[in-house]
Write a protein that binds this ligand. Structure first.
Ligand SMILES: Cc1cc2nc3c(=O)[nH]c(=O)nc-3n(C[C@H](O)[C@H](O)[C@H](O)COP(=O)(O)OP(=O)(O)OC[C@H]3O[C@@H](n4cnc5c(N)ncnc54)[C@H](O)[C@@H]3O)c2cc1C
Ligand SMILES: NC(=O)c1ccc[n+]([C@@H]2O[C@H](COP(=O)([O-])OP(=O)(O)OC[C@H]3O[C@@H](n4cnc5c(N)ncnc54)[C@H](O)[C@@H]3O)[C@@H](O)[C@H]2O)c1
Length: 500
């Protein structure tokens, strides 16, 4: 759908540069009860990376394998599945449905329906409250904002500077989530969330030789160490070759070509490792972290260095720019590279902008809207591997580094009635991190099938700082995985009694 607005219009109250879900939220929260108007400037597809190339397609690829594996471990169902594998064409077709065939008409329809305008084109800041947009037709429109500009330009895969890497045209997260052909041999570089999730869907889709090369000793290095170990064990059992503590020193590829997203980008790839060994594959997947899209958005025109993450305050205002007119939300802030956290930041920014504009507060004065520190304390995340890893708040390591008086308890999730009925060989573990000073939970990690839905209870306990004597009366249903809360609290109580 064409994103049409009056071609002669040049002024709005709020301009949002980058129309991902966070940007949409910023525009919505700035306008919905304030009488302000807003425009989203989007170079590609409204909805951003998450909708088309990240969260949604990856979860669509993971779900069929999860269902198949679940069925294989339930007697009465497992016998029906003997010798059965995934219908790869159907899996990819459903992924295409989930990403709407890379068509953002419905998103455009939503924006226009709630009174938010959309200009399609590549935007750059052009001085205070101004954005110059290069449109698809080749012209440039300069838009100005009466009140605020919000940056939501997101991030892209980091391409490490390794000889031969760029020339080899490796797959990025966009290719591996939007794959159209399943390569026979794949090397994944990186040991974080993208690497682990991608390996979890690539193997059941039919990759025969799959290796993960990563520099650290363990996978998912930011999580509690047991989480990475459990994911590593399952990947190894599935036939994935793990190569920890290794770096790539050189990449070579036969006939690299721009074949399009999700198709092999040329011939055989040879990856040389720092121990002198080589891996040969049909595709190399980069899962080496994210680079913020801030290099070419005109930051220097407002006195801010180009490139890098944008440091923001708790109202999401960019610290390096005076006057409280420039805000940033989502991955560009580098605070928590997660869709839901970007959207949370956007809700804060939108409300702050509306409050400042409608209450006529002078620049630099507090808006009266709560800041985003509380939500960042919760910082929930689910890594959709097998087993899943769900977490909120701090790990033990982070809590100790923050100087808290830390206590921890762990529990085997397989020892619960609720997980036993799911499958007899359930694999899982849970851990709570307590601050003895305040007698509250400050961190939680759950590993196991289906733990994603446990995370919100932990986020609530952490953000609301629910006192343990109150949490004790929060009764979990039987038989559910949530009973792990009771077991963990019992373990903590026993530990307190033991220590005295
Ligand atoms: C494979 C993968 C899976 C993921 N899965 C999850 C998950 O399950 N859950 C989760 O919470 N997070 C997940 N993430 C992280 C999540 O995708 C990101 O945190 C989120 O997309 C960041 O959103 P954003 O608002 O920062 O912008 P982005 O989604 O990066 O979008 C930025 C938008 O700005 C536009 N843009 C950029 N520059 C300009 C410009 N100059 N002018 C106009 N438009 C511009 C782009 O076209 C794009 O539409 C995943 C990431 C990856 C890579
Ligand atoms: N389910 C989810 O919530 C989900 C899923 C996918 C991604 N994400 C988000 O997207 C972001 C990006 O994920 P990611 O996995 O790309 O980043 P990451 O930061 O989680 O992991 C990057 C990995 O690449 C490695 N690395 C970096 N440079 C390297 C090099 N030159 N050689 C070898 N290894 C190298 C790092 O050691 C690390 O293991 C994350 O912050 C994550 O929160 C979230």
């Amino acid at each position: 759908m064409a994103a049409r607005v009056d071609p002669d219009r040049s002024e709005w109250d709020v301009i949002v540069l980058g129309g991902a879900a966070a940007g949409e939220n910023a525009a919505q929260y700035a306008t919905q009860f304030s009488g302000l108007d807003a425009v989203l400037v989007e170079a590609e597809l409204l909805g951003g990376e998450c909708s088309y190339w990240a969260c949604m397609p990856s979860k669509a690829l993971l779900r069929p394998a999860e269902v198949l594996d679940g069925g294989r471990h339930v007697p009465g169902v497992s016998s029906l599945l003997t010798g059965r594998e995934l219908d790869v064409r159907a899996v990819l077709a459903r992924r295409d449905t989930v990403v709407n065939g890379l068509d953002d008409s419905s998103q455009i329809g939503w924006a226009l329906g709630v009174g938010i305008d959309v200009v399609r084109g590549y935007g750059r800041l052009a001085g205070e409250r101004a954005v110059a947009v290069r449109t698809a037709a080749g012209g440039t429109r300069v838009l100005t904002a009466r009140h605020a500009v919000v940056i939501d330009t997101g991030s892209c895969t980091t391409v490490p500077t390794i000889p031969g890497m760029s020339e080899a045209r490796p797959w990025t997260s966009r290719d591996v989530t939007n794959l159209h052909e399943v390569p026979r041999r794949v090397v994944v570089l990186g040991g974080g969330v993208v690497a682990c999730e991608a390996a979890t869907w690539l193997k059941p889709l039919g990759v025969e030789e799959l290796s993960i090369v990563y520099r650290r000793a363990g996978l998912l290095a930011r999580a509690e160490p047991f989480a990475g170990r459990m994911v590593a064990d399952r990947l190894t059992a599935a036939g994935v070759r793990l190569l920890p503590g290794r770096s790539v020193t050189e990449v070579r590829r036969d006939d690299p070509r721009d074949t399009g997203v999700g198709l092999p980008h040329g011939g055989e790839v040879t990856v040389r490792l720092d121990d002198g060994s080589t891996l040969v594959a049909d595709e190399l997947v980069l899962a080496t972290g994210r680079t913020p899209n801030t290099q070419d958005i005109g930051l220097s025109s407002v006195g801010c260095p180009d490139g890098g993450f944008l440091e923001v305050d708790d109202e999401q205002a960019v610290r390096a720019v005076d006057g409280h007119w420039l805000y940033a939300v989502g991955d560009v802030c580098g605070r928590a590279l997660l869709t839901h956290m970007g959207k949370y930041q956007a809700r804060i920014a939108g409300e702050v902008i509306a409050a400042r504009a409608t209450e006529g507060r002078p620049d630099g004065a507090g808006s009266g809207v709560p800041g985003s520190a509380d939500g960042h304390r919760g910082n929930p995340q689910v890594t959709f591997t097998d087993p899943e890893v769900g977490s909120a708040g701090m790990t033990e390591r982070e809590a100790r580094a923050a100087g808290l008086d830390v206590a921890t308890v762990e529990y085997d999730m397989a020892a619960l009635a609720g997980t036993y009925v799911q499958r007899e060989d359930y694999l899982g573990r849970a851990k709570l991190v307590f601050d003895r000073g305040t007698d509250t939970v400050v961190g939680a990690t759950f590993v196991g099938s289906g733990v994603a839905e446990l995370v919100h209870s932990a986020t609530t306990a952490i953000v609301a700082r629910v006192p343990l004597p109150v949490l004790w009366h929060v009764v979990p249903s039987y038989p559910t995985a949530s009973e792990v809360w009771l077991r963990l609290l019992e373990a903590y109580r026993a530990e307190k009694r033991r220590v005295g």
